[in-house]
Design a protein around this ligand. Structure first.
Ligand code: AHM
Ligand code: MG
Length: 332
């Protein structure tokens, strides 16, 4: 008889059973993220039919044009977590200030990029959501800003939802990385990728190469190196770039390789956000055996100064990331 698939709820309950001290709240929180994923996936499937493509006419705190779907995805996180009573603060790439939620005893802080890769919204290409969970000592009644501004090593869980050909929820609670695929006919996430391990080295690089002439020499030299033919080291690498960080990192998580959004000479901080993109993906990839760096520092060790700060991101297979660092630091 075929094995009965493991649902997200069962998996979470079993994990919780291994921690008798757990109250179960954290498990509910992960289930709620799965719910947000289902709701947004539902909207995205119909986006081309329901006049919710295009922009709202506003720009966000990052100075970027807000897509209608950015707004919808952000509102979905807010609605679900305002009702859940588990989270004392929700910080989002789309909101200038973190949203405090005064729920008695709520001890988690949630940081999200509600819709990652939003340039893909109008062209039916992959999108994602990224989340990072931290524990709060003080709760929303007192200031949480300082608590939010802590290194990525303080995350207790992180992950993403990928809205691709299927919807996937991939996360870590610090004990490996697991992937669940949404089975739309029953509305359940089923365990599809247990204990994901990223290959030590890959054959794919993922970067917006249109920025080549803006990069410092070390970064350019690394990209040149990847394109040289050399059988022994598996070069040239294949280029793959979707414009959705979640989708590109997901490919690399499963198949190996390196994703880069490096610093530019005139913009050394790069484009991606430390708190909403860099830290959560770094935790996932490290938990799968890979690494993530700014080129100079481990991402999870970067001391945040502001909530919306940007960071150069080089993430993926440990050997590939190490080699990129060597070029960026002028050691290769
Ligand atoms: P977003 O969260 O506002 O969508 O921005 C992040 C996105 C990433 O998903 C993607 O890797 C990158 O920005 C693409 O940027 P670019 O168009 O400069 O290549
Ligand atoms: Mg993003």
């Amino acid at each position: 008889m075929a094995k009965f698939p493991i649902t997200l709820s069962r998996f979470i309950i079993e994990q919780q059973a291994a921690h008798p001290e757990a109250t179960g709240e954290f498990s509910v929180l992960l289930t709620q993220i799965g719910l947000v994923g289902k709701m947004i996936a539902h909207d995205l499937r119909r986006a081309g039919l329901n006049q919710i493509l295009g922009t709202t006419g506003e720009t966000n705190i990052q100075g970027e044009v807000v897509k209608k779907l950015d707004q919808i995805a952000n509102d979905t996180f807010v609605r679900v977590f305002e009702q859940s009573g588990l989270v004392c603060v929700l910080a989002s790439e789309e909101m200038e200030q973190p949203l405090k939620m005064v729920h008695e005893g709520a001890k988690y802080m949630l940081l999200v990029d509600p819709l990652d890769g939003s340039s893909n919204t109008d062209v039916n290409m992959p999108l994602g959501a990224i989340f990072s969970i931290r524990r709060s000592q003080v709760g929303a009644r007192r200031g949480v800003e300082d608590e939010l501004l802590q290194k990525g090593t303080q995350q207790i869980a992180a992950g993403y939802v990928l809205y691709g050909a299927s919807t996937m929820l991939v996360f870590t609670v610090g004990q490996g990385v697991h992937g669940f695929t949404l089975e739309p006919s029953i509305g359940e996430y089923l365990l599809s990728n247990e204990n994901i391990r990223i290959p030590k080295k890959g054959k794919v690089y993922s970067v917006n190469e249109g920025n080549y002439h803006r990069w410092p020499a070390g970064t350019q030299k690394y990209l040149d190196y990847l394109k040289v033919q050399d059988k022994a080291t598996g070069r040239p690498y294949s280029g793959r770039y979707s414009g959705c960080l979640v989708a590109d990192v997901h490919r690399i998580l499963l198949g190996g390789g390196v994703y880069l959004y490096p610093g530019e000479t005139a913009k050394p901080e790069g484009k991606l956000r430390l708190m909403y993109e860099g830290n959560p993906l770094a935790m996932v990839v490290e938990q799968a055996g890979g690494s993530a760096t700014t080129g100079l520092t481990r991402i999870l060790d970067v001391e945040p100064k502001t909530l919306h700060q940007r960071v150069p991101l080089i993430i993926g297979s440990a050997e590939d990331v190490g080699q990129a660092e060597a070029y960026i630091q002028g050691r290769a």
